[in-house]
Write a protein that binds this ligand. Structure first.
Ligand SMILES: NC(=O)CCC(=O)C(=O)O
Length: 282
């Protein structure tokens, strides 16, 4: 494992992993399978691993997440995440899990743990999926989820990591607020319908326009609530190339990020430096 000195991201090389799940409505089963998938990632040399949105529960009823929501910093799912990070010596990005909000709803929180099991960041999903799709599929996340209001990027040994969750992917301004971050994560439970149409295109766009590695861990299959998620978890480089990809079902995709390659992309094609936000807003 190469640990670069701060400010030496061009020397950065890190093995990344995204975990794809088909989470059920039984938390203990989901955590047990997630634990095995994390072991698989660690065995593949991963040092930074991303779990999908709702890794601990995809309930029959959206309200089920309110029954398992935890207080910030206190609860079995948060303890499980800290313990996995420490047990496997990983930076672990915990997709999303429900943390209590003051109004009875929950936040969809993405928590980041370092290899000592210390929590390094919390990001709350900012854009909620209140959407009606062709064919009658309908979602109202705001009934159970309160929106977050702050972008969050966290310093890692390999550079800055910008956090986002699923539907956030459609709002490029969020990622632009992370401009210069080397790594972007998008834990997701994309619908099968919208995933087939937009998933890869949106992810590659975020990688290309921000010249960053993008890690996207999705749910991928048929859940007990009848909901179908897309899968296609992937790791993309700053040139927009898909380095690793899964199809449907559970699994782990691994790929190496290379700081020299990232710096080469940014110096050969300095689009981030050419931006002129003074004329069209940040
Ligand atoms: N859970 C979500 O945010 C779903 C987002 C999604 O499927 C999309 O198309 O956007």
């Amino acid at each position: 494992m190469r640990r670069p000195r701060p400010g030496r991201t061009e020397a950065m090389k890190v093995q990344l992993a995204v975990v794809q799940m088909v989470s059920s409505d039984v938390v203990a089963d989901n955590l047990a399978r997630a634990g095995s998938l994390l072991e698989q990632a660690a065995a593949g040399g991963a040092e930074l691993v991303l779990l999908p949105e709702n890794f601990a529960l995809m309930g029959r009823d959206e309200k089920a997440k309110l029954a398992i929501m935890e207080r910030d910093g206190d609860g079995p799912i948060q303890s499980w995440l800290a313990a996995q990070a420490q047990r496997l010596g990983l930076w672990l990005v915990g997709g999303s899990m429900p943390l209590a909000a003051a109004d009875g709803r929950c936040y969809a929180a993405c928590l980041v743990f370092d290899p000592t099991g210390q929590r390094q960041a919390r990001y709350d999903k900012m854009h909620l999926f209140d959407v009606d799709l062709p064919g009658g599929e309908s979602y109202r996340e705001s009934r159970t989820i309160a929106p977050g209001s702050s972008p969050v990027a966290v310093a890692t040994p390999w550079g800055r990591l910008g956090l986002s969750i699923c539907y956030d992917l459609r709002f490029p301004e969020l990622y632009r607020s992370y401009a210069g971050a080397e790594l972007l994560v998008v834990p997701s439970a994309f619908t099968r319908q919208t995933g087939a149409a937009h998933w890869e295109c949106l992810l590659r766009s975020r990688a290309i326009e921000n010249q960053a590695y993008v890690l996207a861990a999705d749910q991928g299959g048929l859940h007990e609530n009848g909901r179908q998620t897309f899968g296609g978890s992937m790791i993309i480089d700053p040139w927009g190339q898909v380095l690793a990809r899964l199809d449907q079902g559970e699994g782990v995709a691994l790929a190496q990020a290379d700081g020299e390659f990232l710096q080469r992309c940014r110096s050969n094609l300095p689009a981030l430096r050419h931006a002129r936000p003074a004329f069209y807003g940040a």
